[in-house]
Design a protein around this ligand. Structure first.
Ligand code: SAH
Length: 236
């Protein structure tokens, strides 16, 4: 009578491990199909994306979709960016191993981890306390000692830690916060989704060359809005 039950239990013990998701394979496939195939060439960016366990930065119920070609919810109405967008923005910053980078919008901490694989120091600011705390914990658990997470409004940057070789804003802004431009080194690069906050923005790279700012538009992207001080200002 109980034999079928025993057989089922035994079967599930054998089949379960086979059903476990092979995240390494998913990650390699993601890099091949979404990153390399779309023209990302910087070896450091490719290596970093092969290494960082993206599935550990998303809520458990979305883990199986972590390597898909799309953003995912991370709580508080916020999202982790699509893998390709992370790669594109990181490559555009032309990072060197000795660089110090500032990120505005820590979110899950994934972009910060990718940066931390490439550069010496990463400073990242998150305005939502729960996200800042969670990202700090995940980054610590994964052993990222060169990332500092701060809870606060990234509009003002991190004056004590600046100036930076590169700055990345991962929330939509209708202007570049002037304090961030001040904290960018001469020769430094800043990238952000610039434009009206709802729906699409233009991925914009700004290079500081002495008194000049050289702007390159890199195409449409869709990010969640930057909040806080930026909403109280009208500078463009
Ligand atoms: N880079 C993140 C995704 C960013 S989502 C990742 O890799 O997961 C955008 C994040 O910017 C959200 O978490 C949002 O809370 C944060 N944010 C919005 N306005 C901000 C501000 N003024 N300062 C710092 N963070 C801000």
């Amino acid at each position: 009578m109980f034999r079928p039950v025993v057989i089922l239990i035994l079967l599930s013990l054998i089949v379960r491990p086979a059903l476990a998701i092979d995240y390494d394979t998913l990650r390699r496939r993601m890099v091949q199909e979404q990153i390399k195939a779309r023209g990302i060439r910087d070896e450091r960016v490719i290596e970093a994306m092969l290494k960082v366990p993206r599935h550990l930065f998303v809520p458990e119920r979305y883990r199986h979709r972590a390597y898909g070609d799309h953003p995912l919810p991370i709580g508080e109405g916020q999202t982790i960016s699509q893998p390709y967008v992370v790669a594109l923005m990181t490559e555009a910053l032309r990072l060197k191993p000795t660089d110090r980078v500032l990120e505005i919008g820590t979110g899950s901490g994934y972009q910060a981890a990718v940066l931390a694989e490439i550069v010496r120091e990463v400073y990242t600011i998150e305005i939502r306390q729960t996200l800042a705390d969670r990202a700090r914990r995940v980054l610590k658990e994964l052993g990222y000692k060169n990332v500092k997470v701060k809870h606060g409004d990234g509009y003002f940057g991190w004056p004590d830690a600046g100036p930076f070789d590169a700055i990345i804003i991962t929330a939509a802004a209708n202007h570049v916060p002037p304090p961030l431009l001040r904290q960018l080194k001469d020769g430094g690069r800043l990238i952000l989704p610039l434009g009206e906050v709802y729906y699409y923005q233009t991925l914009t790279l700004i290079e500081k060359k002495g008194p000049k700012l050289i702007t390159t538009q890199m195409g449409p992207v869709s990010f969640v809005p930057m909040i806080g001080e930026i909403r109280r200002r009208h500078t463009r």
